[in-house]
Design a protein around this ligand. Structure first.
Ligand SMILES: [Zn+2]
Ligand SMILES: [Zn+2]
Length: 194
């Protein structure tokens, strides 16, 4: 198992993801409109989104994410009062990842924050294309066949249960022990950018 080098574009935030194994099969592309809105809010659509509006995300349990430098630059936004916690680098607007809530033991790391030169080998291929209805273009059939949406959520829920039982839900570098986000979330209105 490998570690992944994590870093924002400007280098102020550094960390790593540990015990990465392609056999985890948790790399997905999410086409939902909210992930697109997040990228646009950061004015980073061109670097985050693929041709069909998809975001390449690696899902892992909180305990496998470590931030070693620049914690104070981490910022949080939400697209509504109950939206996901969406994390980014305040220093350079690099998207970092998404979390559902402090109780859900999963972080979705966005590819832009994964600075590892061996990223492709360490993560393995995309396993599922999800939230296809939000796609902004025709996703190639070859991609849909190689990484079908069907069944993915069920597998992920089982995986999260395993992570929780295996003690991987904590520590969570994005929430305090009491479950408060480390940066207070800013609620963004539709179309608003930072
Ligand atoms: Zn930065
Ligand atoms: Zn999404």
């Amino acid at each position: 198992m490998d570690n992944l080098v994590l870093q924002c574009r400007c280098g102020q935030i550094k960390g790593r993801a540990i015990n990465i194994n392609p056999a985890d099969r948790t790399r997905v592309i999410c086409y939902c409109k909210d992930c697109q809105a997040f990228a646009h809010a950061l004015q980073a659509g061109a670097v985050v989104l693929d041709e069909q509006g998809g975001t390449d995300i690696y899902q892992l349990p909180p305990a496998r994410l470590q931030i070693h430098q620049g914690q104070d630059q981490i910022r949080c936004l939400r697209l509504s009062e109950k939206g996901l916690y969406r994390w980014y680098a305040g220093c350079c607007n690099t998207p970092i990842g998404n979390t559902l809530s402090p109780r859900v033991p999963m972080i979705g790391l966005i590819h832009c924050f994964i600075a590892d030169p061996e990223r492709e080998t360490k993560l393995g291929p995309v396993r599922a294309c999800v939230n296809l209805r939000g796609a902004t273009g025709q996703i190639p059939n070859s991609q849909l066949n190689a990484a079908p949406a069907r069944g993915y959520v069920g597998k992920l829920i089982l995986k999260m249960l395993g992570w929780k039982l295996g003690g991987k839900a904590r520590p969570n570098p994005l929430f305090t022990r009491k479950g408060d986000p480390i940066a207070s979330p800013r609620i963004l209105s539709p179309g608003e950018t930072l």
